[in-house]
Design a protein around this ligand. Sequence first.
Ligand code: ARG
Length: 460
Amino acid sequence: MKLWAGRFQKETDTLVNDFNSSITFDARMYRQDIEGSMAHAAMLGKQGIIEPHEAEKIIAGLQAILADIEADKVEFSLDNEDIHMNIEAILTERIGDTGKRLHTARSRNDQVATDFRLYVKGEIPKIISMCLELEKVLVKKAEANLDTVMPGYTHLQRAQPSTFAHYMMAYANMIRRDVTRLEDCLERMDECPLGAGALATSTYPVDRFQTAAALGFKKPTDNSMDSVSDRDFAIEFLAACSILMMHLSRFSEEIILWCSWEFKFVELDDAYSTGSSIMPQKKNPDVAELVRGKTGRVYGSLVTLLTVMKALPLAYNKDMQEDKECVFDAIDTVEMCVPVFTAMLDTLSVVKKNMRTAAAGGFINATDCADYLTKKGMPFREAYMIVGRLVNMCIKTGETLDTLPLKDFRSISNLFDEDVYEALELKTCVNGRKVYGGPAKEAVEQQIANIKTFIEARKV
Ligand code: ARG
């Protein structure tokens, strides 16, 4: 029999029963639901809304249910629709009529809003610490490759000299922003909806500050109507996860390219690559490809929830039950991707020689060559034009700027001298870029120090 049988003349159709039920996926919030109920019961007792001994009985009953769920001794039923009604029903079955007092001054609307926030709040620190592990690996790779010259690209064309360390720190900065985005979002969601009731609180003297504190929230939410309607905390979380995955997908793409024979800048560890069922020579970057692919799922979750919430009138609507699966799927995906990606990166080896060869062959010192002339007094635009002609000459003769005979340089400008060769050496080109944020060793060391400080500040 349904809770609401009093109002109804007929039983719920079985199709509707199954359709309406969310227990198959919201059961994973059992802990948050029980903790929320315990905080609520304690507050009801303290405020004299129920008798203190009743509150104690409810809390003990809930504790026992929690232990039994964790010992896999509890079965939930579709008939009881969701985790909230399942737990309440089990409680009443176990402790009798006192269990029926738990739902005083509460609605499933504030209950689900509270449980869901608690759940997401609990997952964010896990994702943050996974990101910090990734940061540590990025720092480690950077420290080992401060002198590993590689081309930096624009349009996937070799552009200017960089180092593998500089590259790693680029990603370290993206992940740092991902961490702070998650922290911001955690900070904003740190308000407790419990006590908002269905939408308009209640006439009982509930103490929302007490329940908020008991559940580890900074404070209760300010408006009860907003409290039960709001899912932007989850949307913001999904947006932060999507951006994080976007970063990982770009990084994955680079790793996929880099371990192709066309680049061979890196070699994946055997434990982090896979073979082919037909082509014996293959070593595939499946981990990176899956991370790239799974990024789509996380974006999908964000778009799902944005679309579910679009144009919903206040306050609660059943549409909002669709908020959970997409968020859970995104959490599972992100929590799977970040650690495996980190381990893959940690174990990959860098083929410094190939990076260097690519850097040497791609005219990435052309800007430096123009700068050489500029430093001798020529306006940059003129120098740019001259070096363009030199590059054209090199392409025709199969030379690079650093192997081009001095007479050829001088045939285009007599500002060129012997010292041009030193100026065009890759090492000079990289280490000359000492500007804050640049690829020179000392500049990258500064970037590493900044990321280390960031990680250090988050050590618990
Ligand atoms: N299972 C529901 C959900 O996830 C709980 C809230 C139900 N509230 C209601 N008024 N039907 O959204």
